[in-house]
Design a binder for this molecule. Structure first.
Ligand code: ACO
Ligand code: LMR
Length: 264
């Protein structure tokens, strides 16, 4: 019989061999004809399935709300400094992206992991938060440099409002809110942040949509898909900041001496 030569790569998300490329089996023409949006394309290429419109809309809202947060945050700052050093678009973009991590924008997956584990194990917010403290781990998805209990993050509220009116269940987000209520009783800066809101709400999306089985949800959480939402979203803003600096013909950035504490 015929023997298939062994391949060096296995790929399951897209195919460019036919008359037109397809994403998870859906041809480009269908994507255009059906008026799919970027949320649908993310569903196909990341989750390998079409998700219901309320889910793809949620993905798009996450992307829109996280696209930028001004010039002062780590990512934008790096992109601005890099652009002002005369570097190209890709260098400025990746310089900004490289700041995304456990403290800034890259806490979405860990928030999902820790909230899921704590909720599934039936831990009270007190047990969860104090347990994390004992282990010396900051609660991912909690805390912000400028947002406070009396000045909450509008993005978080918008995501919550969307979920309340469209998701069949918001059990993980409700748990995250209970955690926030407890952390706010300890300190006013320990709000549920946008990473925590997206992490907990995506758990609700995965569990409530009926589109994923338990094993698939565990795999998505374990591999860590969700920081990708922030990375993708913030790329839009980082590219914008790069163009802005170039348009403004900004010179090489040098940090002012007065703003450095030189000490032995
Ligand atoms: N869990 C427990 N304690 C916390 C947390 C947390 N998530 N965040 C802050 N604290 C405590 C700190 O231990 C610190 O107390 P200490 O000085 O006695 O140790 C105090 O609050 C410091 O508060 P701030 O100065 O306001 O916060 P800081 O600037 O140090 O940190 C940060 C801000 C990095 C966002 C922090 O809250 C954190 O690490 N959160 C978890 C990671 C996270 O969710 N990051 C995403 C933020 S949203 C975004 O980037 C888009
Ligand atoms: C962001 O989205 O970049 C912010 O939440 C971080 C910040 O410090 O404002």
């Amino acid at each position: 019989g015929r023997v298939r030569a062994p391949t060096h790569i296995i790929s399951t998300i897209s195919d460019d061999r036919g008359e037109e490329p397809s994403y998870a089996g859906v041809p480009m023409s269908t994507i255009v004809e059906r008026g799919y949006g970027v949320g649908d394309v993310i569903s196909l290429l990341w989750f390998k399935r079409s998700l219901p419109p309320y889910c793809t809309k949620f993905i798009e809202i996450c992307i829109m709300l996280c696209a930028d947060h001004g010039p002062c945050v780590s990512g934008a700052h790096n992109a601005i400094v890099t652009a002002r050093a005369g570097k190209d678009l890709v260098s400025s973009l990746v310089s900004g992206l490289l700041t995304i991590g456990p403290r800034f924008g890259g806490a979405v997956d860990d928030a999902a992991r820790y909230f899921k584990d704590a909720y599934d194990r039936g831990l009270t917010p007190y047990e969860f938060v104090e347990g994390m403290k004992k282990k010396g781990i900051r609660v991912p998805g909690i805390g912000h440099r400028i947002k406070r209990g009396d000045n909450k993050d509008r993005r978080v509220q918008l995501l919550q409002q969307y979920a309340y009116s469209h998701f069949p269940s918001t059990k993980y987000m409700d748990y995250a809110v209970q955690v926030e209520t407890y952390t706010l009783s300890k300190a006013n800066n320990l709000v549920l942040n946008v990473d925590g809101a997206i992490g907990s709400l995506f758990l609700d999306l995965l569990a409530g949509s009926g589109m994923f089985n338990k094993q698939e949800i565990d795999e998505i959480v374990e591999i860590g898909y969700l920081n990708g939402l922030f990375v993708l979203a913030r790329s839009v803003g980082l590219i914008g900041h790069t163009f802005d600096q170039k348009r403004l013909k900004q010179p090489l950035y040098r940090h002012p001496w007065e703003d450095v504490l030189y000490t032995k």
